[in-house]
Design a binder for this molecule. Structure first.
Ligand code: SAH
Length: 501
């Protein structure tokens, strides 16, 4: 299933939640030579596009002259005729108020082949995320999708408001915020009950989704009071009051909270996914980047001689990954560790080992260097060769303690964590953060250095453990939440407890 040359795919990207993009939409994006996209597509929708794909923004922007529809059509035709596989990516479904029909017609007229990949339309998805079923056995046997914003160029309005007022079911208005008061008045004038439940759903399926429920008569005032803005959907019908029972999305524990994740991009995703699943809006502001240092003589020597060590200590999943890369580069595999005692600083590190077929012999209960020293107390290390494989800038607690007990300790730096300069957009988004999470001292020092005056001081600071907390305080921050378990799960738990207060 890949995008064919010379074909234009009119693809729906869904209403905003990246999880609601269809498998086929992702496959087409991944295969396309060119993607022409609109404004309201989910974050990361283009992440799977090919590196050499042409990505062209053709959406509207408030206050900026937009690319006219004819020009979009012409550009699609031109790209297809040049032999490219082309994706035209639109919010929701391309054929529901998406002008996909017009684009298809233009393509057919030009003799360009096209296919349609339907998307999850906002009328269905935003309602569902607001806990409003658009049909219900007791309340509504029909649903109508209606535009709330008629083309003002049209000589007469195409909408028959009296007929809509009599429609025996739910009315779902797209583009209906601006003209809400007039439209509601037209429905009431046509005989619709002013007391009928009605709802407005702003940014449905996005982390910032907001919903107000009122009546047909009072919704416009409620929307003005709450400053509900486009994109928003208006739902008129008895089903709107089902939300009282069925609301779920906005009830998730971190809904409406903005949380900054400062881990290196490669590691951030697990934490970011967990937080998003709990409803948070995650701003990824990677403060550090992992630079492998596998070319050094010390690393190569240690990897080649890994089997001679009595004890090998690993202090992070990155360390595990890179040590195995170094072992492979030396022409060896996990069997080289056959006679070696392996210690991991915590469960994440142990998991990384297990994925490579090695069960750690020692994992302390608390995940700091001091605890690993304690956990190793029963091991006779006097006169033995020990390898501590870790980050360049780590503390010396572990090697010092082992040396004190008479071990011959080699310390090798498998990687260095270097400062990553965060991008401006993420910094701007971080300003309104409710929480900033720190998972290591290096994220603290690097982020505070990178942001300087622009550190979001109003946010609550969440630290993974005492060492990170000390670094935060040293950087002039006050730590509001410290995890009891010093791993990512523990950090999430602590954040959840704080948010529930
Ligand atoms: N083709 C799109 C609709 C495009 S018209 C679809 O099928 O969903 C744009 C209108 O869609 C907006 O004015 C708004 O009314 C609605 N809309 C799109 N995304 C939305 C969202 N996430 N939440 C609420 N309404 C949305």
């Amino acid at each position: 299933m890949s995008a064919r040359a010379g074909v234009v795919y009119l693809v729906g990207a869904g209403p905003g939640d990246p999880g609601l993009m269809t498998a086929r939409s992702l496959a087409m994006i991944a295969g396309a030579d060119a993607v022409f996209y609109d404004r309201l597509i989910p974050p990361g929708a283009l992440a799977g596009a090919r590196e050499d794909a042409e990505l062209v923004y053709v959406g509207k922007q408030p206050g900026v002259p937009s690319v006219p529809q004819e020009e979009i059509g012409a550009r699609l035709i031109e790209a297809a005729r040049a032999g490219k596989s082309v994706v035209r990516l639109k919010g929701g479904d391309p054929f529901v108020f998406g002008r996909g029909g017009e684009e298809g017609e233009a393509l057919r007229a030009a003799g360009v082949e096209f296919e349609v990949v339907p998307g999850v339309t906002a009328g269905v998805a935003a309602s569902a995320y607001a806990g409003i079923p658009v049909t219900h056995r007791d309340d509504a046997s029909a649903v109508a999708f209606v535009t709330g914003h008629e083309d003002p160029q049209k000589p007469e309005t195409a909408l028959d408001w009296d007929a809509l007022a009599r429609f025996p079911g739910t009315l779902v208005f797209y583009m209906g915020v601006k003209r809400l008061a007039e439209n509601a008045a037209s429905l009431i004038a046509g005989g619709r009950d002013p007391a009928e439940p009605a709802a407005a759903i702003e940014r449905g399926t996005w982390p910032g989704q907001r919903t107000v429920v009122a009546t047909l008569e009072t919704l416009a005032d409620a929307v003005a009071r709450e400053a509900i803005k486009a994109p928003a959907l208006i739902v008129v019908g008895a089903v709107a009051s089902r939300r009282e029972e069925l609301d779920w999305f906005e009830r998730r524990p971190l809904h409406g909270r903005r949380v900054v994740v400062t881990r290196a991009r490669a590691q951030a995703s697990g934490l970011a996914v967990t937080l998003r699943d709990l409803g948070a809006e995650v701003v990824e502001l990677p403060a550090i980047r992992i630079e492998p240092r596998l070319e050094t003589a010390e690393v190569q020597a240690a990897a080649a001689a890994i089997g001679v060590y009595e004890l090998v200590c690993l202090t992070s999943p990155n360390g595990v990954r890179l040590l195995f890369e170094a072992i492979a580069a030396a022409g060896l595999d996990a069997r080289a560790l056959a006679g070696v005692t392996v210690a991991a600083i915590g469960p994440g590190t142990a998991r990384a080992l297990a994925e490579r077929g090695v069960l750690a012999d020692v994992v302390p209960e608390r995940f700091v260097a001091e605890a690993l020293v304690e956990a190793l107390a029963d091991f006779e290390v006097k006169g033995e060769r020990v390898l501590v494989a870790r980050a360049a800038e780590a503390r010396d607690v572990l090697p010092d303690a082992l040396r004190e007990r008479g071990a011959k300790v080699d310390v090798v730096a498998l990687y260095e964590t270097v400062r990553e300069d965060p991008d401006e957009e993420a910094i701007a988004a971080a300003q309104a953060a409710d929480y900033v999470t720190f998972t290591s001292s290096s994220t603290v020092t690097n982020l505070t250095a990178a942001l300087g005056e622009r550190f979001p001081t109003a946010a609550r600071i969440v630290s993974i453990g005492p060492v990170t907390s000390d670094s935060a305080r040293a950087a002039g921050l006050s730590v509001d939440v410290e995890a009891e378990r010093h791993d990512v799960d523990g950090l999430v738990q602590a954040l959840l407890e704080d948010a529930a207060k």
